[in-house]
Write a protein that binds this ligand. Structure first.
Ligand SMILES: [Ca+2]
Ligand SMILES: [Ca+2]
Ligand SMILES: [Ca+2]
Ligand SMILES: [Ca+2]
Length: 352
């Protein structure tokens, strides 16, 4: 795929070696940078206290870390917290295509995880309208995982969420626990997805939704690697993320949402009746803090054309440079031949 680079002000400018430091092991490494969002509501699904890597006695979403490696084509996400080993569901929706997807879940999507996605969609029989996201969030992709048994085993599914319903989806397998490291991970060879869980957190929010605990400081939980080709990212739309913990039948939502519900909110219960658009604040976050990817980073002077004046700007900044260095496209802290090669590769009119 084409390479995309990001404004130097975002945390997404990471060199290739930085991504090599991300392993799908259930821990958000330093390479992610700080949490993109932190939980602010105590869990209504039980505070986890047992500290075990696998089995776990509570569910909470303490925060989220995100990193997009547009060059290699992977989105990395870590949702800090715990998922109780009672087959509670982790629900993840991603909006990565402007002008497409579902703002309110339909009930004719592909059947994955015992039709769990459609369990949250419109239900004419019971006159329940279907889970509705915030304005500006139209889901294009769904991922869900669940776990239980002893030793703990994680199971995962994904699905397209298309404007017109239907789509493709698949079960991507169950986890294997590495006998040496204890890492619990699904390695999906068909789609290139990976999902790991580390349930050892005993900090983060407590079990009082009306209290003042926060998810700050937790970096273990559910970690995912999703190829952007599977995600269906169009390469330019901002990537928006909404996640929450649901009951074992995808039928009873907790109060652990990312981005968080307002202070004091208890469990949301019936998913088909949730309307995030009337809940204060956005129950989603934008990767990169809302800065859309720059489709033409080599256009240093902003005239929508990569030409001589941009080359002059690059050569004028040749050599080691600080954090604000627009011509350091590969983020290695210096303007060098590889950045020049990138500019020459982009020579001419900008895309779009
Ligand atoms: Ca990791
Ligand atoms: Ca969309
Ligand atoms: Ca906790
Ligand atoms: Ca809202």
């Amino acid at each position: 795929m084409k390479n995309y680079y990001f404004a130097a002000s975002t945390a997404l400018v990471l060199s290739a070696s930085t991504f090599a430091q991300i392993a799908i092991d259930g821990t958000a490494e330093a390479a992610y940078g700080p949490a993109a969002v932190v939980q602010s509501v105590g869990t209504g699904f039980g505070n986890s206290t047992d500290g075990l890597k696998g089995t776990c006695n509570g569910s909470e979403l303490d925060g989220a870390f995100a990193s997009l490696d547009a060059t290699a084509g992977y989105l990395y996400l870590t949702f800090a917290g715990n998922m109780q080993s009672n087959f509670n569901k982790f629900e993840l929706f991603i909006d990565c295509k402007a002008g497409a997807g579902q703002n309110q879940l339909r009930s004719d999507n592909v059947d994955v995880d015992f039709n769990g996605l459609n369990r949250m969609g419109a239900d004419a029989v019971n006159a329940q309208p279907g889970l509705k996201f915030d304005a500006g969030f139209d889901a294009d992709f769904y991922f869900t995982c669940t776990g239980g048994n002893d030793p703990y085993t994680l199971y995962a599914n994904f699905a397209q969420v298309l404007t017109e319903g239907g789509g493709i989806g698949s079960y991507i397998g169950q986890s294997v626990t590495d006998p040496t490291t204890g890492v619990i991970r699904i390695d999906d060879v068909t789609y290139g997805m990976q999902a790991a869980i580390d349930n050892s957190n005993i900090l983060g929010v407590d079990g009082d939704p009306a209290g003042t605990s926060t998810g700050a400081g937790v970096n273990t939980g559910i970690e995912l690697r999703i190829p952007v080709s599977v995600l269906g990212w169009d390469g330019v739309s901002p990537i928006k993320v909404c996640a929450f913990i649901n009951g074992g039948g995808h039928d009873y939502a907790s109060n652990q949402f990312i981005a968080p519900l307002p202070a004091g909110y208890g469990n949301m219960a019936e998913p088909r009746l949730i309307d995030m658009s009337v809940i204060p604040g956005d129950q989603f976050f934008i990767i990169g803090g809302g800065t859309p990817p720059n489709p033409c980073p080599s256009d240093l002077d902003g005239d929508h054309f990569v030409g001589g004046s941009d080359l002059g700007g690059l050569l004028g900044g040749w050599g080691p440079c600080g954090p604000s260095c627009p011509a350091d496209f590969d983020g290695d802290g210096a303007v060098t031949g590889s950045d020049l090669g990138k500019m020459l590769g982009d020579w001419g009119a900008c895309p779009g």
